[in-house]
Design a protein around this ligand. Structure first.
Ligand SMILES: Nc1ncnc2c1ncn2[C@@H]1O[C@H](COP(=O)(O)OP(=O)(O)OP(=O)(O)O)[C@@H](O)[C@H]1O
Ligand SMILES: [Mg+2]
Length: 443
């Protein structure tokens, strides 16, 4: 039950209790959404007019994240438009406050008579966070990803700047698109600019636009990307590559919320939501004076850090399934199965290129291998070979300590972290193993 008025919440709760139903109360849309992320509900009663997130927006989110959950809208300010909109969005019913218990009961009975939606686990292609109306989704079900989805949905409807960091291929651009898609600016432009691919002089006129004749070659007046993105979302990819000169200009634009075309005097008001991404640690860039600290704070009001794939191996099977489906459909073949030992190898590999590397690997396998079941021998050798091998004699000689550390890590991996078993193999007692794990910072 999501309603900003305590009287309404408590009244309805009591009424439902009388019918033997338990309810959980949320005072804001955001609170409601975050409850839904962690628990399944049979029904959502949703107020429309609320101070932060309004009910219609919340309904949007519920439809995309929890399509099976029925929603009844309740409002003190009925209008035909919202009623129609809510119905279009799939609300089950629309009650006008104050309503009698009998009205609510009638509405509930209608629902009860309906078939309950099946609760089969959804296929990979439907799990994760929807990005837009295309098939693209951010796939993941690990706690790390669940909390990422949570954060995206929380920050999306605000206008705060978001700095997305993470290794290459972890999905930074997907996250930026998801934030836009779940924001109130979703029907406006999402403009992405890769800061590393533009020459500085051009970048300035690309961003701000220029007037005819402002420099050699400026034959026509040109609208910049800022103007194009106005009222929408602007995404600076690889932000660490911005030159200090552009950084200074950008900072001014963000502060003053207006800008001018190159060679122009006329100020244009800027209304954009700024997202940026970097796979480099900006603190290092700040330390080496390559990035302005003041700009950093402006851009990272909400920081989002994407975990590397190796730290959320639990997502690998789901991602494999997702990409197998996607590429099989694309080339019109049956989706192959993955044998358990092959999946284990895929899960053990460190994926230095993260999800992008996994995506490309699956695509390549599907093109090259024509089997119904993928077995270890169908995997590229660089993946299957590395599988937990312990290289006692690598190219560079190791100190005894380093060797011990690596060997303990190897044994722990083999025993899947079971310390008693590992200690047995290593021939030391469990306590000594514990100390060594701590000493070497092993996990
Ligand atoms: N969680 C995910 N679910 C589905 N696809 C993903 C996921 N994460 C990444 N991808 C896919 O992996 C590829 C790389 O993602 P993306 O371009 O967003 O990474 P990035 O972090 O911006 O990388 P880079 O720093 O190299 O630009 C894309 O094809 C994207 O669709
Ligand atoms: Mg990227």
């Amino acid at each position: 039950m999501v309603d900003d008025e305590a009287v309404v919440r408590n009244g309805i709760r009591r009424a439902l209790e009388g019918r033997g139903m338990t309810s959980v109360l949320a005072a804001t849309g955001e609170e409601g959404l975050s409850l839904l992320e962690h628990q399944a509900f049979d029904l959502v009663l949703l107020d429309i007019r609320m101070p932060d997130l309004d009910g219609v927006t919340v309904l949007h989110h519920i439809r995309s994240r929890h399509p099976g959950t029925p929603v009844i809208m309740i409002t003190g300010y009925p209008t035909i438009d919202t009623a129609v909109e809510c119905t279009k969005l799939g609300a089950e019913d629309y009650l006008v406050k104050p309503f009698r218990l009998a009205d609510l009961e009638a509405s509930l009975s209608k629902l009860e008579g309906r078939q309950t939606p099946d609760v089969e686990p959804r296929p990979a292609a439907e799990r994760g966070l929807r990005i837009d109306d295309s098939q693209d989704r951010i796939i993941g079900e690990s706690p790390e990803m669940e909390s990422l989805f949570d954060k995206i949905l929380k920050v999306a409807p605000t206008d705060s700047t978001v700095l997305i960091t993470g290794e290459s291929g972890t999905g930074k651009e997907l996250v930026a698109r998801a934030i836009h898609a779940h924001s109130l600016r979703k029907d406006r432009e999402f403009v992405a600019v890769d800061c590393s691919s533009l020459v500085e002089t051009l970048l300035e006129s690309e961003l701000f636009g220029h007037v005819k004749g402002s420099f050699t070659g400026a034959l026509q007046t040109k609208h910049g990307l800022f103007e194009l993105a106005n009222q929408g979302t602007f995404f600076f990819d690889e932000i660490s590559n911005l030159s200090l000169n552009i950084q200074a200009k950008l900072l001014r634009v963000i502060q003053e919320r207006e800008f001018m075309k190159v060679g122009d005097q006329k100020k244009i008001t800027l209304d954009i939501r700024i997202l940026s991404a970097s796979n480099r640690d900006l603190h290092e860039s700040i330390a080496s004076s390559a990035f302005r600290e003041d700009l950093y704070y402006r851009l990272s009001v909400v920081p989002i850090r994407l975990p590397p794939l190796r730290s959320r191996k639990g997502d690998i099977p789901l991602l494999v399934e997702h990409f197998l489906h996607r590429f099989s459909n694309r080339i019109n073949r049956d989706v192959p199965q993955v044998s358990p030992d092959a999946m284990e190898i895929l899960q053990e590999y460190a994926w230095p290129g993260n999800v992008r590397e996994l995506e490309h690997t699956i695509e390549r396998i599907l093109i090259l291998e024509d089997t119904e079941i993928l077995r270890p021998r169908d995997l590229p050798s660089f993946i299957s070979q590395r599988q937990g091998d312990f290289q006692m004699f690598s190219e560079d000689p190791l100190s005894l300590e380093e060797l011990e550390k690596q060997y303990i890590r190897f044994v722990l991996r083999k025993t899947q972290g079971k310390k008693t078993r590992a200690a047995e193999i290593l021939g030391i007692n469990r306590k000594t193993l514990g100390m060594k794990i701590k000493k070497y910072g092993l996990k």
